[in-house]
Design a protein around this ligand. Structure first.
Ligand code: AHR
Length: 355
């Protein structure tokens, strides 16, 4: 029943897009996106659970469990797409394996789920399976990270703009250094992920404007604490005494990098020799920022499921929905740092950070 409804809705959406000029490019702009705070995120459905057979079946191909951010993101989806809220969430942890993730989406198609949520590990290689979903009439919502495929291949995107996050980190560093020299090491996220590509590009855009900055090296730590530690250990072997900035593309990598620097007797943070920039601004990342160990932490908000649920509910009702929704981020800096780009950390901010 839901499947037939999905096909009819897909046809309706195609007709609606055709009526709007036939373009399948993203119609919505940031203005149409929900406001970028947790508080402003659409409320999850609270209606009483419908009868078992009327549950909306949602296949979710999740990246994996590589970071605290991901754990918070998964929990958020499981809370919002709960049986009590009328959903049957078919969750697959793809363990950072792109081939596994493509197969997970394919399995969802074969199972005839009503909707597919895809948080893509890598941005490339999605055309074939997205075409299969389209042929089956199953709407696909790409969440968190981007795919390279043309937006006409899926129904909606929802997530953060990681190149804006990278640029924010770069702008903050330029402000903080105020013309001083920077010798920078970058611990990137997973190779081929739009989160790593965006943060790298955004930061490099600012770096290109600063001839006094040198990026000494840039290697992937795969968004994990172990990866961050291993990359930092190898950086220390090659560049000890030659670097004064470490950019970690997520909090877990920063924890690993701090462990490696502790072991090598290298000081960091507001009172140390090395400036640390991190991304995610999870609870523990902000705790280290409040303690002055991380100088600047650029947020990537994992609380995204209510936005996706809103899109699905609008599709169910045959209403217009946002095809491109940006969840905005902000940056936080350690106490004692004043910034036009970031909020200075306080205990109150930390206490309010649930993930
Ligand atoms: O795509 C979001 C990124 O993926 C987060 O920064 C990171 O922690 C996660 O693993």
């Amino acid at each position: 029943m839901k499947k037939i409804l999905s096909i009819l809705l897909a046809l309706t959406m195609v007709l609606a897009l055709a009526a709007c000029g036939g373009s399948s490019a993203p119609a919505a702009t940031q203005a149409a996106a929900p406001a970028a705070t947790e508080a402003a995120a659409p409320a999850a459905t609270e209606a009483a659970a419908p009868a078992e057979d009327s549950k909306i079946v949602v296949g979710f191909a999740q990246v994996g469990h590589e970071s605290d951010w991901r754990t918070a993101n998964t929990k958020n989806y499981q809370d919002v797409f709960s049986a009590e809220n009328g959903y049957d969430l078919v969750f697959v942890d793809c363990d950072n394996d792109n081939a596994v993730q493509i197969e997970a989406v394919r399995t969802s198609i074969q199972q005839g789920v009503d909707y597919i949520i895809l948080a893509p590990i890598q941005s490339a290689g999605w055309e074939s399976v997205l075409q299969e979903a389209k042929d089956a009439g199953i709407p696909v919502i790409v969440a968190d990270r981007q795919v390279d495929a043309d937006p006409s291949m899926y129904d909606a995107f929802l997530g953060t703009d990681t190149s804006v996050e990278g640029k924010l980190a770069g702008d903050w560093l330029a402000e903080y250094l105020n013309g001083a020299e920077a010798n920078i090491l970058v611990i990137e996220g997973s190779v081929g992920s739009s989160a790593a590509i965006g943060r790298t590009n955004g930061f490099n855009e600012v770096a290109a404007e600063h001839p006094e900055w040198t990026i000494l090296d840039s290697q992937s730590g795969d968004f994990t604490q172990t990866g961050g530690q291993e990359v930092m250990e190898s950086f220390i072997k090659s560049y000890n005494g030659k670097f004064n900035v470490v950019v970690c593309q997520n909090d877990n990598e920063a924890y690993g990098a701090m462990d490696a620097m502790d072991a090598a007797g290298i000081t960091y943070g507001v009172d140390g020799d090395v400036i640390i920039i991190s991304y995610d601004a999870t609870h523990d990342g902000l705790k280290y920022t409040l303690e002055g160990k991380i100088n600047c932490n650029v947020e990537c908000n994992p609380i995204q499921a209510a936005y996706v649920e809103q899109i699905i509910q609008q599709m169910e009702a045959g209403e217009e929905f946002a095809t491109y929704t940006l969840v905005e981020d902000q940056a936080f800096v350690a106490p004692g740092i004043e910034s036009a780009y970031a909020t200075t950390m306080t205990q109150e901010i930390l206490d309010g950070r649930a993930y």
